[in-house]
Design a protein around this ligand. Structure first.
Ligand SMILES: Nc1ncnc2c1ncn2[C@@H]1O[C@H](COP(=O)(O)OP(=O)(O)OP(=O)(O)O)[C@@H](O)[C@H]1O
Length: 679
């Protein structure tokens, strides 16, 4: 880098004419024409391009002051000498020239300053499209330092520049929008014409990024406003905005309708009253009030004050018709109820333990009983299962045991009606050696066998009164006395009892102990008869079809049309056991892969039965027998189809007692349930 120190001796310092002479001298002296582009004048803390006339003048170097000229390459000594002399030569005393220099200096300085301070960018090129001037705003927008702009071709350093085109056409261009860096810019371009010749061009550009942004924001606000209007117009509530005086500045259509109909004025005070408005002004807080606008219309009125910059600016008012809200609340309550109901129902299905899933049926009555059984299975409470014969009492008892914590221990079933009265005591409680003839060793009763587990006392209603007392003692003391024993044996047994008899009635008749009943009936579970849950019949039929296919090794895959309907219409006195047996019978009688209507017993196939009854086929045309004989025949026939007095009496429409009496009278006990088991 070559540096030459220069001192201005001229009276007006480095004035414009001297600066121009300096540039011309440099251009003529420096051999390399590009060298001047890399030459700078440094004065105090300022550095300007040596060939920029306006910049040189703006340095305001006065007489006697020094400055530096720097060049990239060395200047030969004779050239340096000429330059030094240019500034040191004495002024030829010419007052007019000196004054003219001063005026030019002043003007050029003003111009320079004005351009520099301009908020718009200015770029000037000469006739060769070389940049000769850029102001500060242009430097900022172009995001390039001045030395990368000055003395460079405009179309190279500013790719968007069209100044060369302007010079060619001689036509100015105005308000051309373009993007430079991240600025949005409006550009005016004009050719510079001197003596009818284009000597350069100027571009003036204005940064409109902010205007753009504001325009965009404005558009968004307008869009938002439109949307809001739409929302406010679409809601069924009445909505209004008021100013700080309570005057409506916006009302939606609903509100408009109401105000017109009720001849309300233009202020919210006409709806809420002056007092409420005054208290709102005192304490601008949201509030809600039920307001009756006329005799028919009552609204839930909500008022929200609008506070802006801590100043109360107005309110947002919404009015909702009370009746509609009431209806909505009612609907909500209904929905809540429904949800709760559905949750309850769902939990019944979900929570049933897998042991209960063997029990088929979806009817509400059954599921309720099973849900209860499932719940109590985890406790040790005594359970009394009631329900007609064949309704699944034993199945439920077993499921309770399998779900309980005792599931790993014994489950002992005792059918109290099946054991002969002389043996039942020893069966239940055991006996000591030698307690009676033939008792040559200790016999443990069912209670002892069920220790730590569960004992299921089926047909508890058939237990005689003496044993009821003993059972009561076991339940109370948790001890059993073996027959012939001296020491009671402590036991830990969970008791599940079941009966198909009406224990309450038996208590009345003195056949069942009330105290025992209450001991047993801690958790009552009632299993509904099949006829009261007929919706389960198809499901159960299908269940037994699959069951018998597996057990009998068959592949029967359908029910003949109408069969399920007939089954569903039958009243099933023997309940599910009877249905199970009927399906098994159909399995045995069919000769193909379907279960047939024709294989049903005639008492189920009603049509057949109906026609048989019409023809009275079962009565001979002559040789009428005695009524007693007919009765005997009827009981003989019925006994075979029903496994218990209860069912038989039910089928014949007589009491349990009468049925038992008649069966004993005709000695038919041995026939009871014979065919039933085999059908
Ligand atoms: N819901 C059910 N799903 C499937 N099978 C069932 C159902 N209920 C009962 N059963 C079947 O029906 C038959 C009779 O059931 P269970 O012995 O449990 O009835 P019960 O009420 O104890 O009868 P009883 O009073 O005559 O002793 C059994 O084979 C059992 O598996």
């Amino acid at each position: 880098m070559f540096t030459l120190s220069l001192k201005v001796q001229k009276k007006n310092g480095l004035h414009i004419r001297l600066a121009a002479t300096f540039i011309i001298t440099l251009q003529s002296l420096l051999k390399d024409k590009d060298a001047i582009k890399n030459s700078y004048v440094i004065y105090k803390d300022k550095k300007v391009q040596a060939n920029n006339l306006l910049s040189l003048v703006s340095l305001k170097i006065e007489q006697g002051e020094e400055f530096l000229l720097t060049c990239a390459d060395e200047i030969p000594p004779h050239v340096a000498k000429q330059i030094v002399e240019l500034f040191e030569e004495k002024d030829v005393e010419n007052v007019k020239e000196t004054e003219a220099d001063l005026i030019m200096m002043e003007n050029s300085y003003i111009l320079q300053e004005a351009f520099t301070k301009l908020p718009n960018g200015v770029v000037v090129v000469d006739r060769d499209n070389v940049i000769t001037y850029v102001n500060d705003a242009a430097v900022k927008l172009l995001e390039k330092p001045p030395n990368e702009l000055y003395n460079h071709k405009a179309n190279i350093v500013i790719p968007q520049s069209r100044l060369h085109t302007i010079m060619k056409t001689g036509q100015p261009e105005f308000a051309q929008k373009q993007k430079i860096n991240h600025y949005t810019i409006l550009t005016n371009r004009s050719p510079l014409i001197f003596q009818d010749k284009v000597i350069g061009a100027v571009a003036v550009f204005q940064d409109i990024s902010n205007v753009e942004k504001i325009t965009k924001e404005l558009k968004e606000v307008q869009e938002l406003q439109q949307r809001l209007d739409l929302v406010l117009q679409s809601v069924s509530d009445l909505i209004a905005l008021t100013n700080e005086k309570g005057e409506f500045i916006f009302i939606n259509e609903e509100m408009h309708g109401m105000l017109i109909k009720n001849k309300k004025k233009k202020k919210i005070q006409s709806i809420i009253g002056d007092n409420l408005w005054k208290s709102l002004l005192k304490r601008p807080e949201p509030f809600m009030k039920i307001i009756q606008v006329n005799h028919q219309l009552t609204y839930i009125t909500k008022i929200n004050p609008i506070i802006f910059d801590e100043v109360f600016r107005g309110t947002v008012v919404t009015l909702s018709p009370l009746d509609e809200i009431k209806i909505l609340l009612q609907k909500l309550e209904l929905m809540e109820e429904r949800t709760k109901y559905l949750e309850r129902e769902l939990s019944k299905h979900q929570k049933l333990n897998s042991a209960f899933s063997k029990i088929i049926g979806n009817s509400e009555v059954l599921l309720e009983s099973l849900s209860m059984a499932n719940k109590v299975s985890k406790t040790d409470s005594t359970v009394l299962i009631t329900g007609e014969s064949g309704t699944g009492k034993e199945l439920v008892a077993r499921a309770i045991h399998e779900t309980s914590d005792r599931c790993e221990q014994s489950y002992i079933r005792v059918n109290c009606s099946a054991i002969s009265p002389n043996l039942i005591e020893s069966e239940l409680f055991g006996h000591e050696k030698g307690a009676f003839t033939g008792a040559y060793k200790v016999h443990r009763g069912k209670f002892e066998l069920a220790d730590n587990g569960t004992i299921f006392l089926d047909e508890i209603g058939d237990l005689n009164l003496d044993l009821q007392v003993k059972l009561l003692r076991v339940l109370q003391e948790k001890e059993v006395d073996r027959v012939g024993g001296f020491e009671p044996v402590t036991i830990n047994v969970r008791v599940i009892a079941a009966t198909n008899r009406d224990l309450a009635k038996m208590i009345e008749e003195g056949k069942f102990r009330e105290d025992l009943y209450y001991r047993l009936n801690v958790i009552p579970i009632h299993l509904p008869p099949l006829r009261s849950r007929k919706e389960d019949i198809p499901l159960l039929s299908e269940h037994f079809r699959v069951h018998f296919n597996q057990h009998l090794g068959k592949s029967i895959n359908r029910f003949e049309q109408g069969l399920i309907e007939i089954l569903s219409n039958y009243h099933w006195p023997g309940n599910i056991r009877e249905l199970e047996n009927i399906i098994e019978r159909l399995f045995n009688l069919t000769d193909d892969d379907s279960l047939k209507v024709r294989d049903l017993p005639h008492y189920i196939y009603k049509e057949e039965m109906a026609s048989a009854t019409q023809n009275l086929d079962f009565l001979p045309a002559s040789n009428i027998l005695t009524l007693e004989e007919y009765e005997r025949q009827i009981f003989t026939h019925a006994c075979q189809f029903y496994p218990s007095y209860n069912q038989l009496s039910h089928a014949l429409g007589i009491t349990h007692k009468t049925a038992a009496k008649k069966i004993r009278k005709y000695g038919l006990e041995h026939l009871l349930g014979n065919k039933y088991q085999n059908t």
